[in-house]
Design a protein around this ligand. Structure first.
Ligand code: SF4
Ligand code: SF4
Length: 160
């Protein structure tokens, strides 16, 4: 499977589910969308996903960011987006698929109140959708390598 195909299938899998039954942003004021001190927020795009952002909506920028994965692109936003423009990384948050299931994304400890309750505190439909999206993403070498790089980066975060 090509990366764009895998990303589109994973996005579709997650298009109708959210971490909680209610809008979890109500609990935290949408902390994971909150711009940082430079006025920017955002997430890394999966390989191939940039094809879906050739026409950037107002308030979005795309820049190279090699911190986690070579030649990765960071989609920066101003803290709001339409659901169909939401990058896959944002749809998966605060979970990350692994090769055998899901884990909480350790980058979430900085912002997300759902980290405390862990995977079992999240809506089952969301957890299942992330698992299924993970099966698709790990079937594609490029998106699998990207996920592996995020897990490696998160392990480094833990050891800091
Ligand atoms: S920080 Fe966590 S609780 Fe808040 S909107 Fe993001 S995923 Fe939901
Ligand atoms: S792209 Fe959308 S979902 Fe992701 S951080 Fe920005 S506003 Fe939030």
């Amino acid at each position: 499977m090509q990366p764009l195909e895998a990303v589109k299938a994973a996005r579709k899998m997650l298009s109708q589910v959210t971490p909680l039954k209610r809008d979890c942003g109500r609990y935290c004021g949408g902390a994971c969308c909150e711009p940082d001190e430079d006025g920017q927020g955002g997430m890394l795009l999966f390989p191939g996903e940039e094809t879906l952002y050739q026409q950037l909506p107002e308030g979005f920028t795309l820049m190279q960011d090699d911190a986690v994965f070579p030649d990765a692109l960071l989609l920066s936003c101003e803290g709001y987006c339409e659901r169909d423009m939401r990058p896959l990384s944002c749809m998966l948050f605060p979970l990350l698929p692994t090769r055998s299931g899901v884990v909480m994304d350790r980058r979430g400890w900085a912002v997300c109140p759902l980290m405390e309750s862990g995977v079992n505190g999240l809506q089952k439909e969301f957890v299942d959708a992330v698992k299924q999206a993970g099966d698709i993403l790990y079937a594609c070498p490029e998106t699998a390598a990207f996920l592996d790089a995020i897990h490696a980066y998160n392990l480094q975060l833990q050891s800091l």
